[in-house]
Design a protein around this ligand. Structure first.
Ligand code: IDP
Ligand code: MG
Length: 149
């Protein structure tokens, strides 16, 4: 089944929202295939956000994402990439719909609580930055038969 990479960013961890956000992904029926609390190094951040390194906001993004622990997640499910993007909401929390994580829990583009991969290719690339092969687990996920026809 499709895998995506998600991250609970330092602002959300510091604000005690990690459990609440993980609960949303779980309640949707996404299987947690990998999860860890970790610091993002500058090297990881530069790889992850390679497409943004020349943008004016990059120095601020680098400082933010390396400023405290994050929860890195590999989530698996049907259309997991698109589902997580939809659940996360628009990049700018001001434009994110109510009911989305950014719409409900954030106020500033530079403190937008969560990350989700934007394609299956990005997901594979990002998972490889944050997880070793032995940290992404396959196991029998019992709800599957109740989630999918
Ligand atoms: P995404 O996270 O919704 O895919 P991107 O445009 O790929 O959004 O930007 C990556 C991250 O960079 C955003 O989630 C946000 O943390 C940060 N970012 C993007 N644009 C801005 C900005 O204009 N000011 C501050 N931070 C920004
Ligand atoms: Mg992006």
């Amino acid at each position: 089944m499709e895998k995506t990479f998600a991250m609970i960013k330092p602002d959300a961890v510091q604000r005690g929202l990690a459990g609440t956000i993980i609960a949303r992904y779980e309640a949707k029926g996404l299987r947690i295939a990998g999860m860890k609390l970790m610091m993002v190094t500058e090297e990881m951040a530069r790889k992850h956000y390679a497409e943004h390194v020349d943008k004016p906001f990059f120095p601020g993004l680098l400082k933010y994402i390396t400023s405290g622990p994050v929860v890195a997640l590999v989530l698996e499910g049907r259309n997991a990439v698109a589902e997580v993007r939809k659940m996360n909401g628009a990049t700018n929390p001001l434009e994110a719909a109510c009911g989305t994580i950014r719409g409900d829990f954030a106020q500033d583009k530079g403190r937008n609580a969560v990350h989700g991969s934007d394609s299956v290719e990005s997901a594979q690339r990002e998972i490889a930055i944050y997880f070793g092969d032995d940290e992404v687990l396959e196991y029998d996920y019992l709800p599957a038969k109740w989630l999918f026809e």
